[in-house]
Ligand binder design. Structure first.
Ligand code: BES
Ligand code: MN
Ligand code: ZN
Length: 513
């Protein structure tokens, strides 16, 4: 699916004849030593072209030269990096994405990982080789950005456009001053990129292909990376008493599933970190059916579950020193003669009863049982759940931030910091007794909506909180970020794979070793 390039690191030598060369400069049009070397005699030509094109080296700007005199390459791109001292690690990832966006569909490219005076960069890691203008971590960040940007989901396109050449395998050489260190830094990043792309694939897949059983089957691929995978089928779910989850799936011809993925890279016996995902493979709304316009987007209502799978894949393939468990609830929400009705009362695995007011508020019903199961079975250090839970969070936070709801300040602060470091931003929202009261029911222990649109994302979160007890817990409402989010330098696909990088960072930063 993803036409990912072969990425390698090499010392700075001449770019391959016939390919593409990419170099970076700052907003004073200054180059690092390696980039200057790569340009050689073409430097004067670049200076003239920059003037003619009013290229200023600002962040996001680019200059292209075809068949530049003095160089053997077919194409040269000079990308502006802006003010070097301001660059964060995330900026290098985006710079890599921008570079990838310039490359032709096939052929070789050389990217010179170099800038002037990058040692001043804010979160720049100390550099081994004194005169390298971009350190090994930053070179690896470029490579990560290139992998993320190279993704496209074209599995179901059978016809190539007339002007498109058959896409050969692309190969990218990143020229850097410290090859060994860059390769080493790239190992974990490559694992994380693999997880992100896996999540995007799952979200982009159509709902006739990716129904609950098939989604569960795909998690078995994680065994290869060293995860233990267990699939709970209908009989197992009934036996566990997951009446809330099963109620959502009962109007579908497709059976429901829960998949459990475990990675044990930490100390034996240490409580795991738990990640839980909403996996509604298609959400019609059920009997409280949704309007037709845009309903096709509800194939992405499993983005939370996809993120959990991608994260577990990333943790396992970079051999994270941590115990983690990923649990996803997989259902299809359909209207049918057997579908659940508004007014129905279901009994959740926790024993608490729920009056169904709106069958379109189904995600919380799925999560109620999966959260309870995870807490009881794995007694985790914390639970983080991801869910495309409410349209209301898009109204509140747009596509820029995911909503964060939590009973734990430390976990919230760590999530916020990890979000800032990776660009996958979260914004904390309130929980309180007054909102909790809104989901009390006349007939059962609770109802599945607050009864009004007011605070719709908050009442949904209050509902989830009734199934976590005292376990430190955070709920990320990713309805705005999981799919159809802002198109960025590192993603042009509908599915974003949002959350894999955020949670990988959370684990790496605070819970490993
Ligand atoms: N899956 C939707 C939420 C959603 C909306 C995700 C738009 C992505 C984009 C969820 O199941 C839902 O339908 N929520 C309802 C809740 C309401 C019935 C209380 C909503 O947001 O309208
Ligand atoms: Mn719904
Ligand atoms: Zn839904």
């Amino acid at each position: 699916m993803a036409d990912t390039p072969r990425i390698s690191f090499s010392p700075v030598t001449a770019a391959k004849p016939g390919g593409t060369l990419v170099v970076f400069c700052d907003d004073g049009l200054k180059f690092g030593r390696h980039a200057s070397d790569a340009l050689g005699a073409a430097a004067a030509l670049v200076a003239r072209a920059a003037k003619a094109e009013q290229f200023n080296g600002k962040s996001g700007s680019a200059l292209q030269l075809i068949m530049p005199d003095g160089l053997k390459v077919d194409r040269l791109f000079v990308l502006g990096a802006g003010k070097i001292a301001d660059l964060t690690s995330e900026d290098f990832v985006k710079l890599g994405g921008a570079a990838m966006g310039k490359l032709p569909k096939a052929g070789d490219a050389t990217v010179v990982a170099d800038l002037p005076a990058a040692s001043k960069a804010k979160d720049g890691v100390k550099d081994g080789s004194k005169d390298a203008g971009m350190n090994a971590e930053q070179a690896a960040d470029l490579a990560l950005g290139m992998l993320l940007r190279s993704y496209a989901f074209d599995l179901y396109k059978t016809k190539r456009k007339a002007d498109e050449k058959p896409a050969g395998k692309r190969s990218v050489t990143i020229a850097t001053g410290d090859v060994a260190a860059a390769r080493k830094a790239f190992v974990a990043r490559e694992a994380v990129a693999g997880g992100v792309l896996m999540a995007r694939d799952l979200v982009n897949e159509p709902p006739n292909v990716l129904f609950p059983e098939e989604f569960a089957r795909r998690t078995l691929a994680l065994k290869k990376a060293g995860c233990k995978v267990e699939i709970l089928d209908m009989a197992a779910l009934k036996k566990l008493g997951m009446g809330a989850l099963l109620g959502v799936g009962q109007g579908s011809r497709r059976e429901s599933r829960v998949a459990v993925m475990r990675w044990e890279g930490g100390k034996k016996g240490e409580a795991p970190l738990a990640f839980i995902g909403k996996g509604v493979c298609f959400d019609t709304g059920g009997i409280s059916i949704k309007p037709a316009g845009g309903m096709e987007d509800m194939k992405g209502d499993m983005a939370g579950a996809a993120c959990v799978v991608g994260l577990m894949q990333a943790l396992a393939s970079r051999k994270a020193k941590v115990n983690a468990v990923g649990v996803i609830g997989l259902v299809e929400n359909m209207p049918d003669g057997n579908a659940q009705r508004p007014g129905d009362i279901v009994t959740s695995m926790s024993g608490q009863t729920i009056e169904i007011i709106n069958t379109d508020a189904e995600g919380r019903l799925v999560l109620a049982d999966v959260l309870w199961y995870t807490k009881e079975k794995y007694k985790p250090q914390f639970m983080v759940n991801l869910a495309t839970l409410t349209g209301a969070i898009i109204v509140a936070l747009g596509h820029e931030y995911a909503g964060l709801f939590s009973n734990n300040d430390e976990l919230s602060e760590r999530l916020t910091a990890s979000g800032e470091a990776t660009g996958e931003l979260v914004w904390r929202m309130p929980l309180s007794a007054t909102f909790d009261k809104m989901i009390d029911s006349k007939f059962a222990d609770m109802k599945n909506t607050g009864g009004s649109r007011a605070g719709g994302s908050i009442t949904a979160a209050q509902f989830l909180q009734r199934f976590v007890d005292k376990t430190p817990w955070a709920h990320l409402d990713i309805a705005g970020t999981g799919m159809d989010s802002r198109q960025s330098e590192i993603n042009k696909s509908w599915a974003s794979g949002w959350g894999v990088r955020l949670l990988d960072r959370l684990v790496a930063e605070y819970y490993e070793g």
